[in-house]
Design a protein around this ligand. Structure first.
Ligand code: G1P
Length: 294
């Protein structure tokens, strides 16, 4: 029996420079795909996978994320008075229960590895899930849930991966694939943002991880990697010498909402998936007379 994963870490301290001016005063994690902010998709996925404690590593300008996961009495009272019970129920359903969220700050933008290290006191000596809110999925069951199933069998560390176009490997962390099925294969190596010629495969790390707490002492060393930043991938590569890492190549695909094209594609895909929006949206798209062959 492997130690249960109860806590999830959400790094939300990034500056969101790729979405300026939208993100000048608003955190990029609050950008909406249809009508839900990116961070809500990641939190929903974590809850579905059985996560009980939600740790947010925030930065300046991010207090609205804390507000988003709080009750909003004025709004709730107004909805109640207007008889909008369904909207009210939906709002309440989205909230983690009281005392289940924690917030800490990454005081300097030193990289993803450093952001995760900032959560060490809140996570403690237990395995944890790491979800990068830029990356969202439409999969059912969710990707983290699929990974939990692999973790229950394999233990150790688990990383979700997806094939990317070989020309794009230098935008992501890439893993080398060893023995085993798509539902849990051995990872042989990991490298952050390799040049295409140096990439061990085209399997990218797609922003969902289950990690053992020994990662924290490695992150504490503060070794700088790709882009001069403290990289989680580098610390995992060191941990690979003493611990097992398994890859889960999930069904479905990721929408990389850290890029404008990924974000816009996610909006289209999620909108077309909604019964209340699909038909009207398709009508409007038809009017645009888009020739998708060009
Ligand atoms: C981070 C990780 C990278 C991963 C990517 C997924 O990179 O370092 O390994 O593939 O997220 O989005 P970033 O997007 O922060 O540059």
């Amino acid at each position: 029996m492997h130690k249960r994963v109860r806590t999830a870490v959400f790094p939300v301290a990034g500056l969101g420079t790729r979405f300026l001016p939208a993100t000048k005063a608003m955190p990029k994690e609050m950008l909406t795909v249809v009508d839900r902010p990116l961070i809500q998709y990641a939190v929903d996925e974590a809850r579905e996978a059985g996560i009980e404690h939600f740790v947010f590593v925030t930065g300046r300008n991010k207090s609205v994320i804390e507000d988003h996961f709080d009750r909003q009495f004025e709004l709730e009272t107004t909805l109640e008075l207007r008889g909008k019970t369904q909207a009210l129920e939906e709002l309440r359903k989205d909230l983690p229960s009281a005392g289940r969220t924690s917030f800490t700050r990454q005081q300097e933008p030193l990289g993803l590895g450093h952001a995760v290290w900032c959560a060490r006191e809140l996570v403690g000596d237990q395995p944890f899930a790491l979800l990068l809110p830029d990356m969202i999925f439409k999969n059912k069951p969710g990707v983290l849930k699929q990974m939990m199933e692999a973790y229950e069998v394999l233990g150790g560390n688990v990383i979700a991966v997806e094939e990317v176009n070989p020309a794009e490997v230098s935008s992501y962390g890439i893993v080398g694939r060893g023995e085993g099925p798509d539902s849990g294969f051995a990872i042989t190596t990991m490298v952050e943002k390799p040049k295409p010629a140096d990439a061990p495969s085209n399997l990218m790390i797609s922003g969902r991880y289950i990690i053992q707490p020994e990662i924290f002492s490695l992150l504490a060393e503060g070794v700088r990697g790709a882009g001069g930043e403290i990289q989680i991938t580098d610390a995992m590569q060191t941990l690979l010498k003493s611990q097992k890492f398994s890859g889960v190549k999930y069904e479905g695909r990721v929408f990389d909402c850290g890029s404008k094209i990924g974000f816009l594609t996610a909006n289209v895909a999620f909108a077309l998936d909604r019964d209340d929006i699909r038909d009207g949206f398709l009508e409007e798209l038809k009017k645009l007379k888009i020739d998708i062959n060009h």
